[in-house]
Design a binder for this molecule. Structure first.
Ligand code: SF4
Ligand code: SF4
Length: 413
């Protein structure tokens, strides 16, 4: 098999991990080819933005509902510490590194996806992001979705639906093509399939001896959704691993449920520290069995109802219920943590908060309480940024956590 297959052919390479190690070059090749075919590139910055609406946009009439010829949604979130100094010329130092890194790419014009984007769809989530978007929109074509933030309020949901209808109209005008119900249904089908494939792989972590690490699972992702070659890799890997024998090891790793902020591409440092701390070289350290964040399970746990009479409303429902800390109250996140604990049997919960992320920081009170008094597992809160300067300190805290876990009586689950 050819391990360097084209991202556009849909043919699996011999190793999905090798394929996704080239995720950025693969996505760049895909985006350039799409652009050359006249497909618009649309940058997104948050999991509240429905990729389905974007994929259903920009399709010439003659192509019917072929969303493989529609606009291409590309994640623009920054995971590099290197772009932060450029951002700090404009933004406060005391701001979330994810926001600063993303904006730094904008200042430096060094994110090729951002530079080729025909439109950026942003959203009003946390204060830092929405104010950063104001600066970015001075020189970029941007549409900002207003996200109502009371998760269980029906008037808020109606407002959200109106915002999605406004985005739909904007995409139709901007790319001179109608977004029909048929095209929305085709996009829903593609995104549901992608979520299904990623959930399937994530569920392999339920095993007593998971077939890969949390970091390897995190790497099985793409900045662009709906790429056929990625789907082929997900399928081939799942087929291979679900029929393989479990890895041999006589050392039990500490099972970790990681929750909190997203680990966007390039910002995986803390996950690496979690899985390397306490390891003696032949295992025995920790393994992140579930990631309750926007770079992990959070956006893929729920699908869009493909049979709904009104596909736009169905899209609205799935996205409005995303359990992000910007929503109030965000009890769905605690419910999700309960379900993931039952499914993945973690020995402890680690919460990651990017510095100056106030919503996740305040919400950590509830997560700690849930872990310690209801789930009965140790909890560790890590607040950090993209700099490796605290690696040694974090490793010491992680090793102390694992020691606590090992000294406890196992809890039957
Ligand atoms: S954590 Fe919240 S604000 Fe951040 S990407 Fe996810 S949904 Fe958007
Ligand atoms: S991690 Fe927090 S502060 Fe940073 S962009 Fe997400 S919600 Fe905003």
């Amino acid at each position: 098999m050819n391990p360097t297959c084209s991202p556009c052919t849909g043919q699996p390479s011999s190793d999905a991990f090798a394929h996704f190690a080239r995720m950025i070059p693969n996505c760049l090749a895909y985006a350039r080819e799409a652009k050359a075919q006249g497909r618009p590139i649309v940058g997104i910055l948050c999991e509240f933005t429905p990729r389905e609406l974007i994929m259903a946009a920009g399709i010439p009439d003659a192509l019917g509902a072929d969303v493989g010829r529609g606009a291409v949604p590309v994640c623009l979130c920054g995971g590099s510490a290197k772009t932060i100094p450029a951002a700090e010329q404009f933004l406060p130092t005391n701001l979330c590194p994810l926001i600063k890194s993303t904006f730094g790419y904008h200042v430096l014009k060094s994110n090729p996806f951002l530079e080729m984007a025909d439109l950026i769809v942003a959203e009003t989530t946390c204060d830092g992001k929405k104010k950063m978007y104001e600066l970015m929109s001075d020189s970029r074509s941007m549409f900002v979705l207003e996200l109502p933030q009371r998760a269980d309020d029906s008037a808020g949901f109606d407002r959200w639906l109106a915002e999605l209808a406004r985005l739909k109209g904007h995409l139709e005008d901007h790319f001179h093509a109608p977004i029909t119900a048929e095209r929305l249904r085709a996009a829903i089908s593609v995104m549901n399939h992608e979520r299904h494939l990623r959930r399937q792989l994530a569920s392999l972590m339920e095993a007593e001896q998971p077939p890969f690490t949390g970091r390897q699972l995190l790497d099985l992702r793409s900045s662009i959704s709906g790429i056929p070659a990625d789907f082929a890799q997900y399928e081939a890997l799942h087929q291979r691993l679900s029929s393989a024998s479990p890895p041999a090891s006589n050392q039990k790793s500490v099972r970790v449920l990681l929750t909190g902020v997203p680990l966007v591409h390039g910002a995986e440092r803390v996950l690496d520290l979690i899985e390397s701390a306490g390891s003696n070289g032949s295992g025995g350290g920790a393994i992140v069995v579930a990631q309750e964040s926007c770079s992990g399970l959070k956006p893929i746990l729920e699908d869009v109802d493909a049979s709904a009479a009104d596909p736009l409303r169905a899209i609205g429902e799935k996205y409005y219920h995303l359990p992000c800390s910007v929503m109030t109250r965000n009890t769905r996140r605690l419910d999700s943590l309960r379900r993931l604990t039952a499914q993945y049997r973690p020995d402890c919960v680690i919460e990651l908060i990017w510095q100056a992320c106030l919503t996740y920081d305040v919400e950590s009170h509830y997560v700690r309480r849930l872990a310690e008094t209801e789930l009965h597992v140790p909890y560790l809160r890590i607040e950090t940024d993209y700099s490796p300067s605290d690696n040694a300190r974090l490793t010491t805290r992680l090793e102390a956590l694992y020691e606590t876990v090992r000294q406890r009586e196992p809890i039957p689950r």
